[in-house]
Design a binder for this molecule. Structure first.
Ligand SMILES: NC(=O)c1ccc[n+]([C@@H]2O[C@H](COP(=O)([O-])OP(=O)(O)OC[C@H]3O[C@@H](n4cnc5c(N)ncnc54)[C@H](O)[C@@H]3O)[C@@H](O)[C@H]2O)c1
Length: 255
């Protein structure tokens, strides 16, 4: 059970990728409830329409943009348009992601599938971080939050593409967090274990059972728990944390 901080993000602006579903949606809704000017990005127009409708109960100018987060030109243009329409960008949360092959040995993973997963999970993390940092630099303030996974720390057998892409996200956050450490901008990531979202509909049940069985708390995480940690990381209060991948695993993580 989490408790909102009603005016924590008043005067702040935020873009949430993957805001049409799951973790991104939960974060976008909490940011809007707590006063932020919010835009969500997703590839799914119907999901965008539904969530923007919810966000407008709290932020009447909340908006959605249908785009592919791995499209460099589209991402750059969308950030520029958002800043022109609303205000300089303070917060970028990148929650769009895909799983790709699961319960699949590397010998059965096609190069096309591997590259598709890396493109959406890792290349897009590079693209959104690059353009967000450029937009935030003049104001000497910003919060970038990426989504890795415990699979990127430990490696989940049967999920080599996903695990490799998420390990890359951890490295990206470490490098860019240090690079911009003196600029007022923080760059962090979260590594969840299993959170019940539509993402899991794309994962083989045997794979979900494997991952859930490794959570010492004996349960999956909730959307409230994911949004609570995310919103603290992108708040002003989290001013001495950068380049780090935060744990959200019910005890699975060993480092
Ligand atoms: N749910 C979990 O158990 C879990 C565990 C570890 C890590 N994660 C990570 O957390 C993040 C959020 O996961 P989720 O469970 O909320 O996923 P989800 O599938 O529920 O939602 C992801 C959203 O991203 C959108 N999306 C996917 N590819 C896109 C693209 N190329 N361009 C634009 N939008 C795109 C989808 O349409 C969807 O609305 C992901 O990066 C995921 O890998 C999730």
């Amino acid at each position: 059970m989490s408790t909102d901080h009603p005016s924590r993000f008043r005067g702040r602006s935020a873009i949430v990728t993957g805001g049409g579903a799951g973790i991104g949606r939960a974060i976008a809704e909490r940011l809007a409830r707590e006063g932020a000017a919010v835009e969500i990005w997703d590839r799914d127009q119907a999901a965008l329409d539904t969530v923007v409708g919810e966000l407008r109960k709290h932020d009447p100018q909340a908006s959605g943009a249908r785009l592919d987060v791995a499209d460099d030109v589209a991402v750059s243009g969308a950030i520029t348009a958002f800043c022109a329409r609303r205000k300089p960008l303070d917060i970028l949360i990148h929650a769009a992601g895909i799983v790709g092959p699961s319960s699949t040995p590397i010998t059965a993973v096609s190069l096309a599938d591997f590259e598709r997963v890396v493109r959406v999970n890792l290349t897009a993390s590079f693209i959104v971080t690059k353009h967000a940092v450029a937009a935030m630099t003049p104001q000497k303030y910003g919060r970038v939050l990426l989504f890795a996974s415990v699979a990127g720390k430990e490696g989940n057998p049967g999920m080599c593409s996903y695990s490799a892409s998420k390990a890359g996200v951890i490295g990206l956050a470490k490098a860019v967090g240090k690079e911009v450490a003196g600029s007022g901008i923080t760059v962090n990531a979260i590594a969840p274990a299993v959170i019940r979202t539509p993402l899991l509909d794309t994962v083989d049940q045997k794979q979900i059972d494997y991952m859930t069985a490794r959570i010492p708390m004996g349960r999956t995480g909730t959307l409230d728990e994911a949004a609570a940690l995310s919103c603290w990381i992108v708040s002003e209060e989290a001013s001495f944390n950068t380049g780090f991948t935060f744990d959200l695993t019910g005890g699975r993580a060993t480092y």
